[in-house]
Design a protein around this ligand. Structure first.
Ligand code: KG4
Ligand code: ZN
Length: 331
């Protein structure tokens, strides 16, 4: 079986073809970062328009890359939520229509399920059950995964998502959107120990997160210190260290709570090297392993939607002739 995946939930148009035996046969990604850069964040209307412009051409390119025609496909999967409603509607309407036109089943996919399953596209596939930390620009969630579709939410952010905290703090440091990766680069030149940021919500039981206080702490630290390059790097270092430590403390707690030692980490922030190193140490101490998607599949992409769509198609999910974009959708 072979499926086309379409991702348009935010500011990347991602298209891919996944084959059950061969894996990812082709994938393309168009990032709208340049479109939104001047505005310091994603402008929903511009995002929708750009998805309209890019989706069909990328579908054609991916089919050509894989040397396939629509007749070689068994289904069309598209992100149905959560995300920006206008952006989602583009992928849903194009995906549903292509499936109708090609006489194939249409498979709506949950964006976070896509992220959650992305590590399964790698050679070393995690066995069920495992604990997953999903850290993106829109979500921070700790989930127990017993099987495909069997998800138990263990904790989530009560305010900003981890990626959002990175982006907002990066903005305070004068960096362009999305500043997460740039802040991480800046932190490489930071002086350990010069600033100490809090580790929010780690002094009480539970697996929820709160990151908005770190952004305020960063704003105050910037205000009270010199505005030079080294100080900014030191602030970036202390901020990143606090986010990484907080996520790591909660991961260890979740693994102990579930009595598991397999940890999956996915979503844009899982590309962060400091986080990867810290979580590798923690899981090693528990005699376990940490699993990640390759860096290009950490952030939004079509491959994870094609893969999750395939699992859903095999389980018998397909949409009727209507389609629905669901901007808020619990996993
Ligand atoms: O999963 P994703 O591509 O989109 C959403 O579904 O939100 O995640 C994007 C987020 C952004 O906030 C971005 O700054 C963050 O992931 N990000 C990083 C890194 N790479 C991407 N944050 C910290 N360090 C990184 N290396
Ligand atoms: Zn995402």
């Amino acid at each position: 079986m072979r499926i086309l995946g379409i991702e348009t939930s935010c500011d990347e148009t991602g298209i891919a073809i996944y084959d059950e035996e061969q894996g990812i046969m082709a994938h393309r990604l168009y990032s709208q970062i340049a479109v939104h850069a001047d505005y310091g964040g994603v402008v929903p209307e511009l995002a929708s328009r750009d998805h309209v412009r890019k989706t069909i051409p990328l579908v054609k390119e991916v089919l050509a890359d894989a040397n396939l025609t629509p007749a070689d496909l068994d289904g069309v999967a598209y992100t149905a939520g959560p995300g920006l409603v206008g952006a989602l509607l583009v992928g849903c309407s194009i995906g549903r229509s292509l499936a109708y036109g090609w006489g194939l089943p249409a498979v709506p996919v949950h964006h976070m399920e896509g992220h959650l399953l992305a590590p399964m596209l790698e050679e070393d596939v995690p066995e069920f059950p495992f604990v997953a930390l999903l850290v993106s620009g829109g979500h921070t969630m700790m989930v127990r995964v017993d099987d495909i579709g069997e998800y138990q939410m263990l904790g989530e952010s009560v305010d900003d998502a981890a990626g959002e905290a990175f982006d907002k703090t990066a903005k305070l440091l004068g960096l362009d959107y999305p500043g997460g990766p740039v802040l991480a680069k800046m932190a490489e030149n930071g002086t350990p120990g010069r600033f100490k940021f809090p580790r929010p919500m780690t002094d009480r039981p539970g697996l929820d997160f709160s990151f908005s206080g770190l952004k305020t702490f960063a704003a105050n630290t910037i205000r009270d210190n010199e505005q030079d390059e080294q100080t900014f790097a030191d602030i970036a270092y202390a901020f990143q260290e606090a986010v990484v430590d907080t996520l790591a403390i909660k991961c260890r707690r979740a693994l102990e709570h579930c009595q598991l030692n397999r940890l999956v980490i996915a979503g844009g922030v899982s590309a962060n090297t400091a986080l990867r190193e810290k979580l590798a140490t923690i899981t090693q101490k528990l005699g376990g392993t940490v699993y990640y998607p390759r860096p290009e599949f950490c952030t939004d992409n079509g491959a994870m939607i094609a893969f999750a769509g395939m699992q859903r198609l095999k389980a018998g999910t397909s949409a009727d002739l209507t389609f629905k974009a669901t901007p808020r959708w619990p996993i």
